[in-house]
Design a protein around this ligand. Sequence first.
Ligand code: AHM
Ligand code: MG
Length: 341
Amino acid sequence: MNHEAEAHRTDLMTLTRHVLNEQTKHAESRGDFSILLSHIVLGCKFVCSSVNKAGLAHLIGLAGDTNVQGEEQKKLDVLSNEVFIKALVSSGRTCILVSEEDEEATFVDPSLRGKYCVVFDPLDGSSNIDCGVSIGTIFGIYVVKDKDNISLEDVLQPGKDMLAAGYCMYGSSCNLVLSTGSGVNGFTLDPSLGEFILTHPDIKIPKRGKVYSVNEGNAKNWDGPTAKFVEKCKYPQDGSPPKSLRYIGSMVADVHRTLLYGGIFMYPADKKSPNGKLRVLYEVFPMSFLIEQAGGQAFTGKQRALDLVPTKIHQRSPIFLGSYDDVEEIKAFYAAEDGQA
Ligand code: AHM
Ligand code: MG
């Protein structure tokens, strides 16, 4: 190994170091965000380790099952939720938590309250948990004006008001992708160090991609613009090659591929689910935030996704996100339909 490579190896840009560097850009910062993030990272490492040993530890199965020792089993998504709630509350930096797993929002006890609201899906991709396919955690962070005077309204803000968003993917490696509003950075967990290392600095999504990603099993119920767009992906009339279809069924993995390789990921509305499937606060918003920060677009079929103002914490929305030019095309199909109406 040459000297330069050796020096690089001993001078790792860890996630903690990266966030502390970012902090120096904000003179007023007192390190609260770094502390919050370190607690989120702890949750991600815990879930990563549980996911990796799930098969061995008999963690897979229904909540309420008992293991050979007669102890009650916790399903991975239930366990992950507990881990994140405890990590976030104990950070002393949060005031309202919204989790996909909990029907009601958690209002943190005043003695432990801080200025951040965290919305999260502790373990997304539930249908993939039991077969070892990539799954992930998604999170978004808002800040409140007055932590002593909080209400549900503080988390019912448009996605564009998020301070930061990210996800952690538990796949062949453990990848954490984060945006604090000035670009997107990707970190990979080095298991020997237990640290996330900056491996994908300043991610930019390709302007146009070669992949479309959608559950085509729902095609018979799609609306006109979605059907026309997918038809165009398969049978382009302009001489361009057809796009490839890739669909994992884990939003984190499908969005991660879209971010790195380009293309479009969609979970459209259909006749059976007029609001689509994915949840605004902790699926649509954080992913749209990341995609926009990487130079792409996110569209609901009606508007820019981040402009949506949610009225309920578990609200759903259709979503089309990815490469700028690919999302332009689906927007054009919706605009054409509006023109006919
Ligand atoms: P979940 O929160 O129950 O895991 O559902 C969300 C997941 C996403 O990860 C994924 O994009 C989508 O559901 C897949 O849905 P479908 O199986 O209908 O294609
Ligand atoms: Mg989910």
